[in-house]
Ligand binder design. Structure first.
Ligand code: PHE
Length: 339
């Protein structure tokens, strides 16, 4: 009898199963109400007294072994199911990640940088939170100058000297303070103005301003540079400079490109004139050069500024400027560029 129990112990130790059902069958076979263990326990009373001790020990060992085995197999099975749940099916092919696209503002900015880099301009950057000196005073706009109202400014409430830059001309001031002529630089960046938000204007937008300072720089150089720029960017080479006023340039002009009047949309965007304004320009005022440590007796220069948002809207037929800052992927997805 004891030998039979021992055989069962070996059998139990060897047993293996990886399904719930097989484990349950095994459990019932040994530990169930009508299982082998209960059968052996029932035999106990028939065992001669001198063998009772060894018999009892053998049944207990078998019971322990069967219990341990059932628990171990259940645990292993549970941990395996958990792993599968945790990582899913590891052999499944991966899901393709959606690729982003460059923002239209970045695309146009990079196009402009590329055009100017071909004619020797580098790129300069500066802070969006500026001080009064770099945004206004150094640019020939002293305190209380009425022209400060041309650009509705966001001031930092606790310090009227600190503001959100209203144009990237502030970067040009920084560049002139830190570099000696010849200077050929463009400053792209975000600017802020306290304007009501509508389809045509926003309280922040983007500019590229250009600055060229050297000996004998003339208005003709300015016009030629703008001509190259508009031809390269729009494929339209006819431009006109309309006299205007900026405190930091003298003389100053507004830059118009001849867009044409071929289609209905040409009429719309040029308000029926065929001409489209793209920015401002002029010869750097001698006061500005002096403020930035450059001698106006030796050097002269020109500056210009264009709006990137405006150009992006033109090139991509975007009718509402707000689309450029709403981050709607359905809109952004349409732009693909390697630039
Ligand atoms: N800074 C001007 C603006 O933001 C644009 C400009 C730049 C005009 C350089 C003339 C020369 O409106």
């Amino acid at each position: 009898m004891i030998d039979k129990i021992k055989e069962h112990i070996t059998e139990v130790e060897k047993f293996n199963a990886d399904t719930k059902e097989a484990i349950e069958t095994f459990r019932i076979k040994y530990l169930g109400k009508k299982g082998l263990l209960n059968e052996f326990f029932a035999e106990f009373k028939n065992v001669p007294n001198d063998q009772k001790k060894a018999f009892g020990q053998a049944i207990n060992t078998l019971k322990l072994a069967a219990n341990e085995k059932v628990n171990l197999l259940k645990e292993t099975l549970d941990s395996q199911t958990e792993e599968v749940g945790k990582y899913g099916d590891l052999t499944r092919p991966g899901e393709a990640m959606a690729l982003g696209s460059r923002h239209p503002i970045s695309i146009v900015k990079n196009q402009i940088i590329e055009i100017f880099s071909r004619i020797g301009f580098n790129v300069s950057e500066g802070p969006e939170i500026e001080d009064d000196w770099h945004n206004f005073t150094a640019l020939n706009l002293p305190e209380y100058h009425p022209a400060r109202d041309m650009q509705d400014t966001f001031f930092i409430q606790t310090d009227p000297d600190i503001l959100l830059r209203t144009h990237t001309s502030s970067v040009q001031v920084r560049y002139m303070e830190n570099n000696k002529p010849p200077i050929r630089t463009i400053s792209p960046g975000r600017v802020y103005r306290n304007e009501a938000i509508s389809a045509r204007s926003h309280c922040f937008f983007h500019q590229v301003e250009g600055l060229y300072i050297d000996k004998d720089v003339s208005f003709a150089d300015l016009k030629q540079t703008l001509q190259i720029f508009t031809t390269e960017l729009f494929g339209k080479s006819k431009i006109r400079l309309r006299p205007s006023y900026f405190p930091f340039t003298e003389p100053s002009a507004e830059v118009d490109v001849y867009w044409g009047l071929k289609t209905e949309s040409d009429y719309k965007i040029t308000k029926g004139t065929g001409w489209l304004e793209i920015g401002g320009c002029g010869m750097v005022d001698p006061n500005v050069l002096t403020n930035c440590g450059i001698d106006p007796e030796i050097y002269s220069g020109f500056a210009f500024g264009v709006g990137i948002d405006r150009i992006a809207m033109l090139l991509h037929q975007i009718t509402d400027i707000r689309l450029l800052s709403e981050n709607d992927v359905r809109f952004l997805d349409q732009f693909k560029s390697t630039l």
